[in-house]
Design a protein. Structure first.
Length: 219
């Protein structure tokens, strides 16, 4: 997914992570959760011999990255969250209802959703590198069950110390009002920063024009 933007990061070492069930990683039988996948990333950072890493995630990857910063802040230097809510309520109603539908009956709903998604670039990218493309329906079921669960991490976000940048499209599936509240939970935008910027903290917010949840990761 991020292939088009990788050249812009060529001055840095970039490590692309295939989360559970994604890319070259099988959708094994362990329950899929943001906490489990965040622990996977924390252990990978340690395994590769790094004390800390700058971490960027988009959408589900962003929620995993956020959970990483909450549960394993010792391995995160800076955090970039793209199209990422801190609570389930951050999604627009259309998107939330779709997630709830799959989450309510993951196996039944996933079979229908998985078949429909075979016409999208998401399936085409998955099938191109997945070790077992026939696991597609199982992956959709796992993701749907996880995404359909309600959550609210606002109390934990308030305690975060990791410098964080929030990035969202102005026509994103994540509400812009929710992202503004997210920034405020991080202590951002609560006062005038003054002429010399002394009123700022280490966190940043970017709302990018003309982008959606489905184009932002490649733009």
């Amino acid at each position: 997914m991020f292939g088009p933007v990788l050249p812009a990061l060529a001055g840095r070492q970039v490590i692309g992570v295939d989360l559970q069930g994604h890319g070259r990683t099988l959708p094994f039988d362990r329950q899929m959760s943001f906490a489990n996948m965040a622990t996977d990333v924390a252990e990978l950072i340690k395994y590769l011999g790094f004390e800390k890493a700058d971490v960027m995630g988009d959408s589900m990857g962003g929620s995993t990255a956020l959970r990483l910063a909450i549960d394993h802040p010792e391995v995160v230097d800076k955090l970039i969250l793209v199209s990422t809510p801190y609570a389930f309520s951050g999604w627009h109603e259309y998107n939330a209802q779709g997630m709830k539908q799959i989450g309510a009956a993951p196996e039944q709903a996933a079979e229908q959703a998985a078949e429909g998604m075979k016409q999208t670039p998401f399936y085409q990218m998955y099938a191109a590198i997945a070790p077992a493309p026939n696991n597609w329906t199982k992956l959709v079921a796992q993701v749907g069950e996880m995404l359909g669960k309600d959550y609210d991490w606002s109390d934990e976000v308030r305690q975060m110390k990791v410098p964080t940048m929030l990035v969202v499209g102005d026509w994103d599936a994540v509400r812009t009002s929710h992202t503004a509240k997210f920034f405020e939970l991080l202590g951002g935008g609560l006062q005038d920063a003054q002429w010399d910027g002394s009123g700022m903290n280490a966190n940043r917010l970017a709302i990018l024009p003309g982008l959606t949840h489905y184009t932002i990761f490649s733009r």
